[in-house]
Design a protein around this ligand. Sequence first.
Ligand SMILES: NC(=O)c1ccc[n+]([C@@H]2O[C@H](COP(=O)([O-])OP(=O)(O)OC[C@H]3O[C@@H](n4cnc5c(N)ncnc54)[C@H](O)[C@@H]3O)[C@@H](O)[C@H]2O)c1
Ligand SMILES: [Zn+2]
Length: 368
Amino acid sequence: MKTITVNLAPTLNERSYPIHVGSNLLSQPEFILPHLVQQRVAIISNTTVAPLYIEKLRSKLEGKGVASFPIILPDGEEYKNWQTLNLIFDALLANRCERNTAVLALGGGVIGDLAGFAAATYLRGVPFIQIPTTLLAQVDSSVGGKTGINHPLGKNMIGAFYQPRAVLADIETLDTLPDRELRAGIAEIIKYGLIRDLVFLEWIERNIQGMLARDAAILTEAVERSCANKADVVAADERESGVRALLNLGHTFGHAIENAMGYGVWLHGEAVAAGTMLAADLSHRMGMIERVDVKRIKDLYIQAELPVVPPNLGPETYLRLMGLDKKVEGGKLRLVLLKRIGDAVVRADVPPGMLIETLSLSESTAHA
Ligand SMILES: NC(=O)c1ccc[n+]([C@@H]2O[C@H](COP(=O)([O-])OP(=O)(O)OC[C@H]3O[C@@H](n4cnc5c(N)ncnc54)[C@H](O)[C@@H]3O)[C@@H](O)[C@H]2O)c1
Ligand SMILES: [Zn+2]
């Protein structure tokens, strides 16, 4: 088992927290106990994950004298909304949860984002622990403290920054994850390599087949190195006033794809892969990465069996949906682009004509 620490601003040092990555952590309540004030917790999960893992977690906690009650939500991105959030508040209130009652999120990014936002706002904040069970949640959404829900007019539009007390990434839970979800998580792993860690990217290129085959040692290393990257970025810029924006590589395009196709039709990671191909194409048009770099990125996604051709929505639809994205500041679109592989930059000076070329010729990325 490896532990990575998320170091938050020195004056706020008490908010730093550990990310434990390893096998069979669900059976090791000793990683949870130090973070509990009260010997009672709420476990938020969904109808898919709870039957697989909640009893194991509950019985191990019980064995250490910690009572728990489950809050089981419907499964799906379409439920990441205020109605579901309200179900959580109903259950927390009905069970008389107090300021010291910790909320545990057991599930993927949807559960983590919902449970985290509930924990941030219930009684103005209760202790929160992330137990991510998808690859995407283990490498990305469970770390860094972004929580929230979707609005019909935009994804993740309502939320709060709220850091967990700890993150437990149990690699064994990935055994039951559908292949398509595993691949979507790999898209976020590749993202860290592309934006800031060339050595990791090369490691991913060598180990992509091992990841797809769910080799536990390879997945553990992939999760660790991804979390280390995310922890670095979050420590440098918790509130996304600078470098944290680089984590959005491919996301402005990707969110437009998710939104246009209907939440849940394209998985988040799939939309990020296709969106990153657009970002790569635009980076090349703007004189940054070379055509061979665009091909290198595309080849890696193809190996990971991720989509590389964005849906042909037409530039107008893309621009309209990208205009709703949070990365628009003062009417100017800010996009994460690649200076080189392993080195990303935020640019607010993208010539509209070039962006439209990328969006209208998106199929050309397929032939790069
Ligand atoms: N907060 C952040 O910083 C951040 C970052 C990236 C993504 N996100 C959010 O995360 C969400 C996507 O997360 P996700 O990809 O984990 O999707 P998800 O939570 O919908 O999980 C994907 C599917 O896998 C199922 N599942 C989860 N764990 C399983 C397991 N171990 N075995 C079998 N099935 C399992 C889920 O029930 C669901 O059906 C999006 O809402 C996105 O906006 C948040
Ligand atoms: Zn993402």
